[in-house]
Design a protein around this ligand. Sequence first.
Ligand SMILES: C[S@@+](CC[C@H](N)C(=O)[O-])C[C@H]1O[C@@H](n2cnc3c(N)ncnc32)[C@H](O)[C@@H]1O
Length: 309
Amino acid sequence: MEHVPVLLDEILRALSDRENSLERVLDCTLGLGGYTVAILETFPGAQVWGIDQDSEALAIAAERASGYGDRFHPVHGNFSAMDALVGDEAPFDAILFDLGVSNLQLTSGERGFSFQEDGPLDMRMDASSPLTAADLVNEGSEKDLADIFWKYGEERFSRPIARGIVRFRQRSGRIDRTSTLVEIIRSTLPAPVQRKMGGHPARRVFQALRIAVNDELEALTLGLRGAKALCRDGGSILAVSYHSLEDRIVKHLFREWQQAELGTVRTRRPITPSDEETVRNHKARSAKLRIFSVGGSREGGNERRWRVR
Ligand SMILES: C[S@@+](CC[C@H](N)C(=O)[O-])C[C@H]1O[C@@H](n2cnc3c(N)ncnc32)[C@H](O)[C@@H]1O
């Protein structure tokens, strides 16, 4: 299983640009260890703590980083509870977030994240958490569902899709498979509407359910606040987001901190992948990297060097 790390060169360059040496790094979204292994390899003096709530990913990453001995520390849990997980190891020189799902989660039908593979309607990143996508889809009212699709998927056709789901439930019973949900969305929306949607007609509904099941936006706000508390003065917080809801939270919190004179936004505009990276890795196309330096100097001197385009 491969997960091609997104904006990796830009992340490593930003970490190298620091004035102080890099000794303690917190990777809040370890995934398959793409960033972590690259950091361990590039900075021989660094130790990395890697958090993930997905124990399957954690095991793969731990195996990949096993050659680095006690420089790597895997931690199972949700980064929204960062202080409880790694507070004793603080302060960190750099704290990273690479948001969303990994390829492992996305391509395995059994995890239920994919609208292209049949599987159970699950979508939990942490398999021990109680709420699944099937719970939401089968127990939510028409209004609840429309609200979720609109709020977390910015789906323009949220209401007809929610109506289609409730009608299906009344007629045929539970919806437990991803393929059934895709079929309902396809049969609810007229073909010209589906053509106008651009991309797969179920994409936004799946994004919305995933965000709701994993409470991703609340976790992100708590995670970023936790990161600021655990980051050394002069240290950096780096966040890669993949859709506007995530990016808005990162942008607004960084700006709020700068206005409160708690540090400096290093990326007035987000860093985005080069055309070459987007061609090589289609999943990188929507990525945006924002960087915040905690405390320290208010000069934004490194910004131009970090900007790719
Ligand atoms: C995009 S992947 C990270 C990929 C990684 N940078 C790499 O190169 O392999 C995101 C990972 O973050 C994890 N994750 C997302 N939200 C989380 C949270 N609130 N707490 C802990 N882990 C989370 C997911 O389970 C997933 O494995």
